[in-house]
Design a protein around this ligand. Structure first.
Ligand SMILES: O=c1ccn([C@H]2C[C@H](O)[C@@H](CO)O2)c(=O)[nH]1
Ligand SMILES: [Zn+2]
Length: 135
């Protein structure tokens, strides 16, 4: 599956978003190295901060299936510019994605900005930092 097809998948799953509060549906499609696609949409809650973004739903679904090898991620929302993932999602991505993994952010007009994990979250806190203090 190529980048454009993955963006289309993200656009489709966006329709399942549960967004009564923000009315801002987002879709994410995560391709594994084995060729499987994990889908995520944002799911909100009356207790606003409990809501989860589309990206994290897709990643957590994959991890809970025992999938850890990822190829690329697409994220789509109806924004003016390609939708930028939030900081919390960037941190979760950095836990599981290699620095060169491509993240394609897009809007409904298919304006797309593709960045690497390293570009999306440089100088990220990681397991290495924890380990370096556990001597
Ligand atoms: O990249 C993003 C940005 C925002 N949201 C969600 C969180 C919330 O449900 C709504 C408005 O912030 O959009 C995502 O799912 N992904
Ligand atoms: Zn997020």
């Amino acid at each position: 599956m190529d980048k454009q097809a993955l963006i289309e998948e993200a656009k489709k799953i966006r329709e399942n978003a549960y967004v009564p509060y923000s009315k801002f549906p987002v879709g994410a499609a995560l391709l594994t190295k084995s060729g499987k696609v994990y889908y995520g949409c944002n799911i909100e809650n009356a207790a606003y901060p409990v809501s989860l973004c589309a990206e994290r739903v897709a990643i957590f679904k994959a991890i809970s299936d025992g999938e850890y090898e990822f190829d690329q991620l697409a994220v789509v929302a109806d924004t003016e510019r390609p939708v930028p993932p939030c900081g919390s999602c960037r941190q979760v991505m950095s836990e599981f994605f290699t620095k060169d993994l491509m993240i394609h952010t897009s809007n409904l007009r298919h304006d797309t900005k593709s960045v690497t994990m390293e570009e999306l979250l440089p100088f990220s806190f990681s397991q290495d930092d924890l380990e370096s203090s556990q001597k």
